[in-house]
Design a protein around this ligand. Structure first.
Ligand code: UD1
Ligand code: UDP
Length: 374
């Protein structure tokens, strides 16, 4: 069996790494296709180094540009590679443009698609990621869903229950495998005092950073929360917008804010696992926060990870300055409230998602059920 893995952005590299490790552990033939959507060293190559991944066999080089331009370039490039490589299955992960292009290119060539982290829904069609998830799921044959809830979303949309597998999320595999390695170098923590309350902030979602009012409101809250040490590795998209709005300088001047380039995975994992609280609009961070029992305030009004909110580890505070400030202060001033958030059960599994993904895929292949039917 030959597997093609398509990835293109930071979170896909991180969450596909355990799957690629498992493919290699089992000695299966595979080809790795990088769409090039993320291309800066610290958004892409650094993760191949940290996670000891093989270099991609193909790089489509479709970074930046509008959604249409980027997706078109990826579609053309992936189609060409798949026609040449003739894999038995194409695996995609998550909800980026790479997933959309990978799934669409494959299904048109009658190659079955396996979607890792299938079935997530924010029910907000203004998000580019929601469209990508829905299209990718419509093109997929195998659904590796992280939770029962995401499986139900797919069944409601008519997916064949025989092809929906609750595997857990590979983010837990990545966290558990790498936290020990990350803990071998404590350098990233050395710049902070023991009594500082570390807060990791990440921000890149289009609806926040491309909207000047929302971006300003979030940054005003950050500037106000002086009782914390706020560590902010800035996504390239966000940096550009902060500079344009004159906000980057204000953050640089704030004594309690530490601005960084995007961090490598190992440093970032260590930092987040040692944090008092997370402020983020990232999808992956909502999952990692609950994995490490760190309270999470999500800077959005909805989430495709409602399990984290239901479990009690995540609160949606939106981009509302006052709500961000008051909720962060409540976590600081009310230890029982924080304890309850930290006790939330992790809904994303036991760290063996990638094994289950490969088990189910191989089983279907052996049973002759991977092929496309009319
Ligand atoms: C993309 C995904 C988003 C995911 C995020 C992970 C889509 C629609 N969006 O958003 O779902 O959460 O990745 O981080 O697929 N840039 C650089 N260097 C890079 C990468 C990006 O400078 O290595 C800059 C460019 O100006 C680029 C902009 O960031 O135009 C946005 O990048 P893009 O890949 O379009 O979207 P992200 O915001 O990264
Ligand atoms: N991450 C990282 N360094 C950083 C910021 C994030 O390694 O400076 C990791 C983080 O641990 C998580 C992933 O990047 O696994 C999340 O990526 P991002 O927030 O860009 O995308 P999303 O999950 O929202 O799609």
């Amino acid at each position: 069996m030959k597997i093609a893995v398509v990835l293109g952005t930071r979170p896909e590299i991180i969450k596909m790494a355990p799957v690629i490790d498992e493919i290699r552990r089992r000695g299966l033939e595979f080809t790795l296709i990088h769409t090039g959507q993320h291309y800066d060293h610290e958004m892409s190559d650094q993760f191949f180094i940290d996670l000891e991944l093989p270099s991609p066999h193909h790089n489509i080089g479709a970074g930046s540009g509008s959604h249409g331009e980027m997706t078109a370039e990826m579609l053309r490039g992936i189609e060409e590679v798949l026609a040449e490589e003739e894999p038995d299955i194409v695996m995609v992960q998550g909800d980026t443009n790479a997933v959309l292009a990978g799934a669409l290119a494959a299904v048109k060539l009658h190659i079955p698609v396996g979607h890792v982290e299938a079935g997530l829904r924010s029910f907000d069609r203004t998000m580019p990621e929601e469209i990508n998830r829905m299209v990718a799921d419509a093109c997929s044959k195998l659904y590796y869903v992280p939770t029962e809830e995401s499986g139900i979303n797919l069944l409601m949309e008519g997916a064949d229950p025989d092809n929906v597998f609750i595997t857990g999320n590979t983010v837990v595999d990545a966290c558990l495998r790498n936290i020990e390695i990350a803990s071998r170098s404590l350098e990233v923590l050395s710049g902070f005092q023991d009594d500082e309350k570390l807060v990791v902030l990440t921000l890149h979602r289009a609806e926040n950073v491309d909207n000047p009012e929302r971006l300003r409101s979030i940054i005003e809250a950050v500037l106000e929360l002086r009782e914390f040490r706020i560590v902010f590795p800035v996504h390239p998209r966000t940096r550009k917008n902060l500079e344009e709005q004159g906000l980057y300088r204000k953050l640089m001047e704030a004594d309690h804010v530490s601005i960084h380039k995007p961090m490598g995975y190992l440093d970032f994992l260590l930092l987040l696992s040692n944090s008092f609280m997370i402020l983020t609009d990232s999808g992956g961070l909502q999952e990692e926060a609950i994995t490490f029992n760190v309270p999470c305030l999500t800077l959005r009004y909805n989430t495709e990870r409602p399990e984290t909110v239901d479990a009690g580890g995540n609160i949606l505070v939106g981009a509302d300055r006052d709500r961000i400030i008051s909720t962060a202060r409540k976590i600081l001033e009310d230890p029982e409230f924080r304890d309850r958030m930290m006790e939330a059960d992790n809904p994303y599994g036991d760290g063996h998602a990638s094994e289950r993904i490969l088990d189910e895929t191989i089983r279907l292949y052996r049973e002759g059920r991977l092929g496309m039917e009319p």
